[in-house]
Design a protein around this ligand. Structure first.
Ligand SMILES: [Zn+2]
Length: 645
């Protein structure tokens, strides 16, 4: 939580609450005094707020079942106010105000907090979900068994803010806005005559789903096709299949609609967690009843033609929500079952123009000068999900002109590019790959792109092509430009660095853009900037911003992405240093001193000073080199370097 902070007052009250809860557990004989002290010590060490109960479970001091029994017995003792203060969401003063208001109102603490505007509905719901360890479920008609709503009148649902979503044997999962409402729990047990498993959602999510179900847009029984009608009468197993395939379609569709790069389905002990990777970070989408997990994962695997548990690396190109996407999956066995990721790649967007890739003016003019001249080599180095393909395609797009012959060799063709001869290499035989690179070098071409250098032989072929005056664009895995030099030397591909042609190394990271609607001015401390190897003296002259969160950005504080870069030209001096096997640290120092190399983190500080992103986000994605402090620059120097052309 980016806005989280802890005041001495907050941690003091945390200790009081924890002791109370812990003392109760000791009194109940659940926990020994020693165990309690151990758990409190661990809780104190954690940066993020962790409920004491969860710490005890993690330490195996008590079982999850024991904790749940204990919490349901003593749930009145869990103080939501204390929890929210600890999470940095509200202040102690606000808690006092609400307690005052409560004296004259029958409303619950949480409802009053939201009404007073101290906290949003979704913040409150998320906090309750964490504290009570109750799954956070989105009450979507596509994700639930709608027949459970039959026979319950709209008013009852609206008044109590609940929706039954799943029934399996003698238990029913019910989404409610207030799982602490013991009255409602009893009513539900009486009504459904079974065990109730609570899940939580915000009141407005619940009310809008109820409205959708009873609203005019709902299909009447006469509109249901014969097939679906028959399906409902099928056996239990087939019912699950139909339900789960509608869930799978809904989840993939919403992931694409939200522009996510991956959909994660994770089997936990008591629920299935669905999360999306958006703009590089994981965002919770919904939880699902635990029983649907295996069926849902099986369904997705079948869709991707997985047979006998073998991952075929099948990529499906399809249209989802009117967008052309490539989908592929990967999975991993965990303690509670299989976990699965659906990777989503979008067809080329406006991102493919260099001006949209977020290069600073100085870097943009440098990369353009490398692209304009004939011949030369551009080697990119970036970890996965850092937009490497987009960057390489943008180079190709610039170079792809009628008067040039352009060849590319890719492990996966993300974008098809008219005019370029693209080869999709699927196998894993290094010799076959080397033969292809060699053939490309011999072919009468002007530009070669190979999306990874797999071996010294391929490096030699590319080197030969470069010597013949062809332009070579390739990539290698490394954290930044100086690490790239080290990685090339280490993997026997250093021939590339000895090529007597202009060589430019580029490293890139994607980072989130601050939401323009809610970003707030922020003054970094001296220590914060010094920690990033930047001189902090003139920080007062620049306006930085930090993330807050609003409706427009779904409380993330960020929307969309931009990139930061590090460019390094192989000069004669650097080439000599490579030949003399100098360390990458000393090569880095040399590049910063002699060629004004701008580090990735400095490029990030430049973008943060322009209000595009936050310093926090820059630190999240970049490597900090201690040696950069020797050549630390002031913000003004960084700004001047980045904006010069
Ligand atoms: Zn916002």
């Amino acid at each position: 939580m980016s806005t989280a902070h802890s005041s001495p007052q907050a941690s003091k009250s945390a200790a009081t609450t924890a002791l109370k809860l812990g003392d109760l557990m000791v009194r109940e004989g659940l926990l020994t005094m020693d165990g309690l002290h151990k758990a409190l010590a661990i809780q104190k060490q954690s940066d993020e707020y962790l409920p004491l109960g969860r710490v005890c479970v993690d330490l195996k001091l008590i079982s999850k079942q024991e904790l749940q029994r204990f919490l349901s017995k003593y749930q009145k003792h869990i103080q939501i106010g204390e929890l929210l203060v600890n999470m940095g969401l509200i202040t102690q003063t606000q808690v006092q105000k609400i307690l005052e208001m409560q004296k004259a109102s029958s409303k619950r603490f949480g409802a009053l907090l939201v009404q007073s505007g101290f906290i949003s509905e979704s913040q409150l719901t998320n906090a309750l979900s964490i504290q009570l360890d109750i799954p956070r479920m989105i009450p979507s008609l596509e994700l639930m068994d709608q027949r459970l709503l039959e026979g319950i009148d709209e008013e009852t649902l609206r008044f109590n803010e609940f929706i039954p979503v799943d029934r399996s044997g003698n238990q029913m999962t019910v989404i409610m806005s207030d799982p602490l409402n013991s009255n409602l729990m009893q009513q539900l047990v009486d009504r459904f005559k079974c065990k109730i498993i609570p899940a939580i959602a915000t009141p407005s999510e619940i009310l809008s789903t109820i409205a959708e179900f009873f609203g005019p847009r709902r299909k009447g029984p006469e509109e249901v096709s014969l097939d679906q009608d028959l399906m409902l009468k099928e056996t239990e197993q087939d019912k699950t299949k139909e339900e789960v395939s509608s869930m799978a379609r809904f989840l993939v569709r919403s992931a694409v609609e939200e522009g996510a790069s991956a959909l994660h389905v994770e089997c936990q002990e008591n629920y299935v967690r669905v999360r999306l990777r958006k703009d590089g970070v994981m965002v919770h989408k919904t939880d699902l009843p635990v029983r649907v997990g295996p069926a849902l994962i099986e369904m997705l695997k079948t869709a991707f033609r997985l047979k006998g548990g073998k991952y075929w690396q099948e990529t499906i190109t399809t249209h989802v929500a009117n967008r052309k996407v490539d989908l592929s999956i990967s999975f991993f066995q965990g303690l509670w079952g299989e976990n699965l990721v659906v990777h989503i790649l979008y067809a080329p967007s406006r991102m493919l123009i260099f001006d949209n890739l977020g290069f600073s003016p100085v870097n943009l003019s440098k990369i353009n000068s490398y692209l304009e001249r004939s011949g030369g080599m551009i080697i990119t180095s970036s970890p996965i999900r850092s937009g490497k393909s987009t960057l390489m395609y943008a180079c190709l797009l610039t170079l792809n002109q009628l008067h040039r012959s352009v060849l590319s060799l890719e492990n996966h063709v993300h974008y098809t590019m008219p005019g370029v001869i693209q080869h999709h290499y699927k196998g894993d035989d290094p010799e076959a790959h080397e033969a292809l690179v060699e053939a490309m070098a011999e072919y009468d071409s002007d530009v070669l792109m190979v999306d990874d250098i797999p071996s010294p032989q391929s490096a030699d072929s590319l080197n030969r092509a470069a010597l013949m005056g062809k332009k070579v664009i390739t990539s290698h895995h490394a954290a930044d430009t100086t690490a790239l030099i080290y990685a090339l030397v280490n993997s026997g591909c250093e021939a590339l660095l000895h090529s007597p042609v202009p060589i430019l190394l580029i490293s890139q990271r994607l980072l989130r853009r601050l939401c323009e609607k809610c970003k707030v001015p922020y003054s970094p401390s001296e220590a914060e900037l010094t920690g990033m190897k930047v001189m902090a003296g003139d920080r007062g002259a620049y306006q930085f911003y930090t993330a807050k969160g609003c409706k427009d950005c779904q409380n993330q504080g960020y929307t969309g992405q931009t990139a930061i870069h590090e460019l390094l030209e192989i000069t004669d001096e650097i080439h000599n240093a490579v030949l003399q096997k100098k360390s990458s640290t000393s090569i880095r120092e040399m590049a910063r001193r002699d060629s004004n190399m701008i580090s990735m983190i400095e490029d990030g500080v430049f973008k943060a000073s322009a209000g595009l992103t936050s310093l926090e986000e820059v630190r999240r994605v970049s490597l900090i080199h201690d040696s950069d402090s020797k050549s630390a620059r002031s913000i003004k120097q960084i700004y001047t370097l980045c904006t010069s052309k």
